[in-house]
Unconditional design. Structure first.
Length: 250
């Protein structure tokens, strides 16, 4: 028996918009379910059988950003945000809340459908597959979709795991911004991309550091991109400068 097609939860308070989105997704063979606000979306999600959420930012009551952040804290369900707010800061805010992609209204329904299928492909498994990547104490298993530092599991959302895997593929060498945008987010557009990648690298550093990784494990290389450092065994466990007690006069 064939597996059912992915089921997409569309959350938007505008009836005409949800009808357009549903039609575009269903023509691609996807199933859809509609929710008009965050409360209705939570009720659908409680029943399971949702593979991705298309979520409007500006809704009455709980905003799309707030719901996205809540979903990301509780699960790794992919989220695509829709909004009429097109400024770079707005996109960064959405992606910082844990969204996997961000589309500004007005948009092409066909483009949205293509982005949904792209995110579904990316989140089905960490891109590249082919087993585990090792870099010192870091291990990224692209097939299992997991990561660890010194054997301790690191809980990462799908997009951050893909970013870490992409950096680990080129450990010791800078990965250009455009390569990260293409391979992690599936986009060739650099508009707002620098801030988007910077925000996610910051979150990734925080999560890695919480497991004992050095603060400078991922470093920005001016004019070149980001690099995952290859560290000596001594450096892997070295206390970062911010953890070192300072005398009152320093």
């Amino acid at each position: 028996m064939a597996e059912p097609s992915p089921r997409i939860l569309v959350v938007d308070d505008e009836e005409q918009m949800t009808a357009i989105i549903s039609f575009a997704l269903e023509t691609q063979g996807l199933r859809t379910v509609i929710a008009r606000d965050a409360a209705a979306a939570r009720a659908v999600l409680a029943g399971g059988d949702v593979d991705l959420v298309v979520l409007d930012v500006m809704m009455p009551g709980e905003s799309g950003i707030e719901l996205c952040r809540s979903l990301r804290d509780a699960s790794e369900l992919p989220v695509i945000l829709l909004t009429a707010l097109g400024e770079v800061d707005d996109r960064v805010a959405g992606l910082s809340a844990g969204a996997d992609d961000y589309l500004t209204k007005p948009f092409s329904p066909r483009e949205l459908a293509l982005r949904v299928t792209a995110v579904l492909r990316r989140t089905a498994a960490v891109p590249g597959g082919r087993g585990a990547l090792r870099c010192g104490a870091l291990r990224v298993d692209r097939d299992a979709g997991s990561a660890s530092w010194d054997g301790a599991p690191i809980q990462l959302p799908e997009t951050e795991l893909r970013l870490l895997a992409r950096l680990a593929q080129e450990a010791g060498r800078p990965v250009p911004l455009r390569s990260l945008l293409r391979d992690v987010w599936g986009t060739a557009s650099a508009e707002g991309g620098r801030d988007m990648v910077k925000s996610m690298v910051y979150r990734l550093r925080q999560q890695m550091r919480s497991q004992g990784a050095p603060e400078d494990l991922i470093e920005a290389v001016r004019g070149q991109g980001y690099r995952l450092r290859v560290l000596s065994a001594e450096h892997r466990h070295r206390t970062s400068p911010s953890d070192t007690p300072r005398s009152p006069g320093r």
